[in-house]
Design a protein around this ligand. Structure first.
Ligand code: URA
Length: 476
């Protein structure tokens, strides 16, 4: 096994150099392990001695363009996938044209996820004035789906060339001083600031990145004359920071280097961030729709196109809850519009229930899937996803206050009732719910599409229509 260590999660130059060395040394993809340590040599072991060097092999430009994008994806497999493609390109020079090849399809899909994340970042970053006066400073907080901060920063530098600004993200922070771009490590997502708290957050952040070892008071006062301090949000911190600098410097020198486990840190950050949601529940369906798209309560948002909230009248008497958006719903942003939606539409029509008078939503608001070749294959959401997303479903229930809630399938029943409710044993009758609505459980329309036996399929479909009739009658 050869271990290739990269400097950072987005170290493209490091990946390219390590990949070239491994390939020239004849190290097969299965024998290479990729890791990000930010320290030490490129290789964990002595560097591979050049073996069967593949001189004369040139990498197609299209591959490098693709690789530059893919490396920004959050998947932990990306370095290995790219190396496998590079390796295969030697024997299969036209590989990248075979879009049905699983490696090629995966890499292309990752590249388009990254492009989408960059596009969203360009569209949704909102810079906010945090310091007035001659040194006006703007700050934004943003959480990109993939690691696109460095790649999109030049766009903001061109667009806001005459402003000082910082874009703070959990991966890296970009800063522009009207002349040059610089980057510092990511800010803490556990403390993602609200719009109003951004200025305070900026002060805290500034204090945390303030490196006393680099402090040069004279130079700092020259760059930032005292008369401007009162206009800068971070200025109130400066005297205390200077006073503490010497002590902190000695402490930093004495401390052994520590390397916290990134996974543990992230998990802790995620959990504490989830907690902060409890402070404000949505009070309108518009808030739900906007909030769902930015939801970070679990990680399904990363590879989904968008969050899909429920749709229907705010005072609908009947609420229908499905499992999660499917492929088509994910692309279009509306619930139940694909094949399962068609089955639901037929059954509603047969049951005499106008869909336009119902509120249709899902237990989980982002599409969980796995890529196989070019196809995005549905994956059941886990209990953790259902629990994380229940916050939105509960919000929708509080706002709409339906008289009857129909859970379509087991996942929806789990979300609606807060416990497992087997469908076959409990369908066809009203069930009590804690919010005084009545509950009905029935089959999921996708199940009706999958039943192999024709007679059983017809029976289950008829039962489904009966359940919808019952729900409509209860809601009347
Ligand atoms: N399946 C669901 O559960 N919900 C949808 O929105 C689409 C398919």
């Amino acid at each position: 096994m050869r271990v290739a260590r990269l400097d950072s999660e987005t170290d493209f130059a490091g990946w390219r150099s390590a990949a070239r060395t491994l390939r020239d040394a004849g190290v097969a993809p299965e024998a290479a392990v990729w890791t990000v340590s930010g320290e030490g040599d490129l290789f964990g072991e002595p560097p591979p001695t050049p073996g069967v060097a593949q001189h004369g092999f040139t990498v197609p430009k299209g591959f490098m363009d693709l690789a530059e994008r893919v490396i920004l994806h959050r998947s932990e497999q990306r370095f290995a996938l790219l190396y496998r493609l590079l390796w295969r390109l030697q024997a299969e020079p036209n590989l990248l044209r075979i879009v049905s090849d699983p490696d090629v399809a995966r890499a292309r899909d990752m590249a388009s996820n990254v492009n989408r994340a960059a596009h969203k970042m360009k569209a949704f970053v909102r810079l906010r004035l945090v310091a007035e006066g001659p040194e006006e400073t703007y700050v934004a907080w943003f959480e990109p789906a993939h690691r696109v901060v460095e790649a999109t920063a030049p766009f903001f530098a061109r667009r806001y060339a005459n402003m000082n600004w910082s874009i703070l993200t959990p991966d890296a922070c970009a800063h522009w001083d009207r002349q040059s771009l610089s980057f510092t490590p990511g800010a803490d997502p556990a403390e993602a600031p609200t719009e109003d708290a951004l200025e305070d957050y900026w002060r805290t952040y500034y204090a945390s990145i303030f490196n006393p070892a680099r402090l040069k008071v004279d130079a700092m006062q020259k760059e930032m004359p005292k008369r401007y301090w009162r206009n800068l949000p971070e200025a109130s911190l400066i005297p205390a920071l200077i006073a503490a600098a010497e002590t902190r410097t000695s402490a930093m020198v004495a401390e052994p280097p520590s390397e916290p486990n990134r996974r543990v840190v992230r998990q802790a950050q995620r959990l504490s961030r989830d907690g902060s949601f409890e402070e404000g529940a949505p009070s309108s369906l518009e808030e739900v729709t906007a909030g769902v798209d930015f939801c970070r309560r679990c990680d399904l948002w990363r590879d989904a196109t968008q969050g899909v909230a429920g749709e229907g009248p705010a005072k609908a008497r009947l609420m229908l809850v499905g499992e999660q958006p499917g492929d088509q719903e994910d692309l279009a942003g509306h619930p139940f519009i694909g094949p399962a939606g068609k089955v639901l539409d037929w059954a509603l029509a047969e049951a005499g229930v106008p869909r336009a008078e119902t509120y249709v939503t899902n237990a989980v608001k982002h599409f969980r899937h796995e890529l196989r070749g070019k196809r995005r294959i549905h994956q059941n959401p886990t209990t953790r996803h259902v629990e994380a997303c229940r916050w939105w479903l509960d919000g929708e229930r509080r706002i709409v206050r339906p008289r009857v809630i129909v859970a379509l399938g087991g996942t929806a029943a789990q979300a609606v009732f807060g416990k497992a409710v087997p469908i076959a044993a409990n369908r066809g009758k009203p069930l009590a719910l804690s919010d005084r609505a009545q509950g009905v459980v029935t089959y999921h329309p996708s199940y009706l599409l999958r039943v192999p036996d024709a007679a059983e399929k017809a029976r289950a479909y008829a039962a489904f229509v009966e359940d919808l009739k019952l729900a409509w009658a209860l809601a009347a």
